[in-house]
Design a protein around this ligand. Structure first.
Ligand SMILES: C[S@@+](CC[C@H](N)C(=O)[O-])C[C@H]1O[C@@H](n2cnc3c(N)ncnc32)[C@H](O)[C@@H]1O
Length: 238
C-alpha cells in the first residue's frame, strides 16, 4: 500500500517547490482548471448550496478559482500535508463555509469521516500516488459519498497505452516547459518529466483502466473531458 508519510509530499521543501513552480511546469494547468470550472458551471452551479470536496487540495488554488467564479458553496478540502493545508488556509482564509481536513487517502478509506454527501468531488494530480486497487477503492468511496446527480471530476496524470506514445508525451511536456516565458529556473525544470517518470511514488494507471473502473463502480456519463499528453481530465456522475 502506498504510504503518504514516506512519499516526497511529506517533505515541506518538496511541497514548497511545487507551490512555487507548478504553474510553470504543468502543461496547460490553468486551462485544465478552466475546463473543470466549466463542467462545474454547466452541471452543478445551479444548485445554490452545493457541497464540494477537494481531495489532495494542495494550496487550494482550484477552490479559490471556483469560489471566485461560481455561486457560493460549502467546501471541504483534504490533504495529507500540513504545509499544503497551511498554504490553502493562507490562500482562502478561515471561513465558516470552508473546512480543512488533514488526512491521507488511506485513512479516508479506513474511516470515511464525511458526515454528508457531496454534489461535486474534485481531485487534481494526487490520486496517481495510489496503487491500482487503492484507486478503485477511493473511486468507490467517492461514489458512495456523492449525492444523487453529483459529479466527480478528476485531473491527473495517466499512463500512456504504449512506450512510443509515452516518449512523445514526455517530449511534449519538455517542450511546454522550454517555452514558458517565466522559466527563470532554467534547465532545472526541464528535468521534471524525467523526475516524474523515475519517481516510484508515481503510480499512474491508464485512462482506459480508470474509466472502466468508474463505469464498473456505477458512475454514469463517464468520459475523458480533456487531455494533453499524459494529463487528463475525466470523471463521471452518480
Ligand atoms: C501535485 S500536488 C497537487 C495539489 C493540488 N491538487 C493542485 O492541483 O495543485 C499533490 C497533492 O496531493 C497530496 N497527496 C499526495 N498523496 C496523498 C495521499 N496519499 N493522501 C492525501 N494527500 C496526498 C500532496 O500533499 C499534495 O498536496
Amino acid at each position: 500500500m502506498a504510504q503518504f508519510e514516506k512519499s516526497r509530499w511529506a517533505d515541506n521543501g518538496f511541497s514548497r517547490n511545487y507551490r512555487d513552480e507548478a504553474d510553470i511546469y504543468l502543461p496547460q494547468r490553468r486551462h485544465f482548471i478552466e475546463m473543470a470550472l466549466s463542467f462545474y458551471g454547466h452541471f452543478i452551479a445551479a444548485n445554490r448550496a452545493a457541497r464540494i470536496l477537494d481531495l489532495g487540495c494542495g494550496d487550494g488554488l482550484f477552490i479559490q478559482q471556483l469560489l471566485q467564479s461560481q455561486a457560493p458553496a460549502e467546501v471541504t478540502l483534504v490533504d495529507g500535508s500540513e504545509a499544503m493545508l497551511a498554504a490553502a488556509k493562507a490562500r482562502l482564509g478561515e471561513r465558516a463555509d470552508i473546512r480543512f481536513i488533514r488526512a491521507n487517502f488511506q485513512d479516508l478509506l479506513r474511516h470515511e469521516p464525511f458526515p454528508c454527501n457531496f454534489d461535486f468531488v474534485y481531485s487534481s494530480l494526487a490520486v496517481h500516488h495510489l496503487a491500482t486497487a487503492e484507486k478503485k477503492e477511493l473511486y468507490a468511496s467517492i461514489y458512495r459519498h456523492l449525492a444523487s446527480g453529483g459529479c466527480f471530476v478528476h485531473y491527473d496524470v495517466v499512463l500512456p497505452c504504449s512506450d512510443r506514445l509515452e516518449k512523445w508525451y514526455l517530449s511534449l511536456w519538455r517542450q511546454w516547459i522550454r517555452e514558458q516565458p517565466d522559466m527563470g529556473k532554467g534547465e532545472k525544470l526541464l528535468t521534471i518529466p524525467e523526475q516524474y517518470k523515475g519517481n516510484q511514488d508515481n503510480m499512474p494507471d491508464s485512462l482506459e483502466v480508470q474509466l472502466a473502473m468508474l463505469k464498473q463502480i456505477g458512475f454514469q456519463h463517464v468520459d475523458c473531458y480533456y487531455k494533453y499528453g499524459i494529463f487528463a481530465l475525466f470523471g463521471g456522475s452518480r
